[in-house]
Write a new protein. Structure first.
Length: 155
């Protein structure tokens, strides 16, 4: 009679230990799940192709701005506002310009805008926008008046 309660107690103890042992590997399995997420963050073939359109000098300068640029330099890049600039600063350093794709909020379109900005010679948006807008306003009336004069001169 003593044997039956002893076997029941021993079985319960072994069951409890096996459950604890089963939980420990489950925690270890959770860590490898993060590895595929890192792999998924690798740039796509499309991003690699866009990045390859940069010259060596353009690529180096863009990488320098991404890694060392102050907020003003980062804000000059199209598609980068204060939030993305802060996220870029937090994710530094980048080994390559495609590394910026790991930053939350930077997608294919934003990256393409960054590359286009680099290919254009990194113009300052504020300075480029003011003269460009003024020149367009000045050119537009001239173009409208020119056809009107030609029509009047033709008659």
């Amino acid at each position: 009679m003593l044997m039956k309660p002893f076997i029941t107690l021993l079985s319960a103890l072994l069951l409890g230990l096996s459950l604890n042992a089963a939980e420990a590997p489950a925690k270890k399995k959770a860590a490898p799940k993060k590895a595929p997420a890192t792999e998924a963050a690798r740039p796509s073939a499309k991003i690699e192709a866009i990045a390859k359109t940069l010259t060596s000098a353009q690529r180096t300068k863009l990488l320098k701005i991404l890694n060392e640029g102050d907020e003003k330099a980062l804000l000059a890049i199209p598609g980068v506002g204060e939030t993305r600039a802060a996220a870029i600063k937090k994710a530094r350093p980048f080994a390559d310009v495609t590394g910026v794709m790991k930053v939350e909020g930077v997608g294919d379109t934003t990256f393409a805008e960054m590359v286009a900005h680099a290919k254009a010679g990194f113009p300052d948006q504020k300075e480029a926008a003011k003269p460009g807008a003024t020149a367009e306003k000045e050119k537009a009336p001239t173009k409208k008046k020119a056809p009107a004069k030609k029509k009047g001169a033709t008659k």
